[in-house]
Design a protein around this ligand. Structure first.
Ligand SMILES: C[S@@+](CC[C@H](N)C(=O)[O-])C[C@H]1O[C@@H](n2cnc3c(N)ncnc32)[C@H](O)[C@@H]1O
Length: 324
């Protein structure tokens, strides 16, 4: 695909997603956060004192790496980002493969991400670090996988880390499990990182840090919109970032609230959006789970739970399940 076609594809995809601005409440899917700058900001978020999920998940991965990888020969990582935490799993895979990267049955790592620059740079780094592992990055949408996954049936491990699962609505999550079961074979396994329900004050702080990095990450989506589609009246100074715990839905919500009356015109869509001061756009949800509800949900989609681990403090979980 030429870069002009890719740009055209992004415009059409964003214009389609912008329809959410006229829903109740106005909302956007989180994938538009992750242009190159957004990906770098997210990487910065993972190191903030308030943002515990990355450190907790890394602790679980370090402690349980051998059991998680098991006898998998292929790791397919959805929303791989920097692939930083994955390295402890790649260590196990590389040790076991004994440097056989060129044989068809050798160890394979397939990072999948929509953020192309971050994905390709991270894949290059992994490729250089792990000569025994073949690395085949895929730029794409992890909600739209089709066919069957790369690698030998029954020997694949799908990784979905970082609590990214929590960004789906309930209906999107159902659709995601259905799609995933369709592209996996019996005996393939997956490891899913999920954030646990906890004190709302800690949750809200994790998504609204004192240094303002998450606010910048949130506001960056306005820059992505302004750069990608035709829009008049868009000024990021008209918005402020907010993170709120929604107890009924068991989720954190990130919002961009209008600080004054705002009128945005989208000439190619033939529509305008008006927001009164205080009204907002919901830009992300981050659902929090209990291990039992997630295990039960997966069993309804043809995945048998094999293990659930949490970090020592009990803040974050990792569920290992097998496709039946
Ligand atoms: C919350 S970050 C997690 C990154 C990494 N897995 C971690 O644990 O630190 C979400 C990642 O998923 C990617 N992403 C978001 N929506 C996506 C989509 N629909 N398809 C593919 N990648 C997506 C983003 O670019 C980003 O790298």
């Amino acid at each position: 695909m030429s870069s002009a076609e890719q740009v055209g594809g992004a415009v059409a995809a964003l214009e389609a997603d912008l329809r959410g601005l006229w829903a109740d409440p106005p909302n956007l899917p989180p994938r538009w956060f992750y242009d190159e700058r957004g990906s770098l900001l997210f990487d910065e978020i993972t190191r903030l004192p308030e943002y515990y999920p990355t450190r907790c998940e890394a602790e679980i991965l370090c402690t349980e790496a051998t059991g998680i990888v098991g006898d998998a020969s292929t790791l397919v990582e959805l929303g791989s980002g920097t692939s930083e935490k994955t390295r402890v799993l790649l260590d196990v895979l590389a040790r076991r493969s004994g440097g056989a990267s060129t044989s068809p049955g050798g160890a394979l790592y397939v990072p999948v991400d929509i953020s192309e620059e971050m994905l390709l740079a991270s894949a290059r780094a992994v490729d250089a670090e792990y000569p025994g592992v073949r690395v085949e990055p895929v730029v794409g949408d992890f909600t739209a996988l089709a066919g069957s996954l790369p690698g030998t049936p029954g020997e694949r491990l799908v990784l979905f880390l970082g609590g990214t699962l929590g960004n789906f609505t309930e209906a999107e999550r159902e659709g995601f499990w259905r799609m995933l079961r369709g592209v996996m074979d019996a005996g393939d396994r997956m490891a899913v990182g999920f954030d646990l329900v906890k004190d709302p004050a800690r949750l809200e702080a994790a998504y609204d840090d004192a240094a303002g990095v998450t606010a910048e990450f949130d506001l960056n989506v306005l820059d992505v919109i302004g750069r990608t589609v035709a829009v008049r009246g868009l000024d990021r100074a008209d918005f402020r970032h907010e993170s709120v715990w929604n107890a009924d839905e068991s989720r954190i919500e990130m919002w961009l609230r209008a600080v004054r009356d705002v009128r945005l015109e989208f000439p190619t869509l033939g529509r305008e959006l008006t927001l009164a001061a205080g009204e907002g756009i919901r830009t992300e949800i981050a659902r929090k789970f209990t291990p039992d509800e997630l295990t039960a949900e997966l069993s309804g989609h043809g995945f048998a739970g094999r293990a659930v681990w949490t970090d020592a403090a009990g803040d974050f979980g990792l569920l290992l399940a097998e496709a039946g």
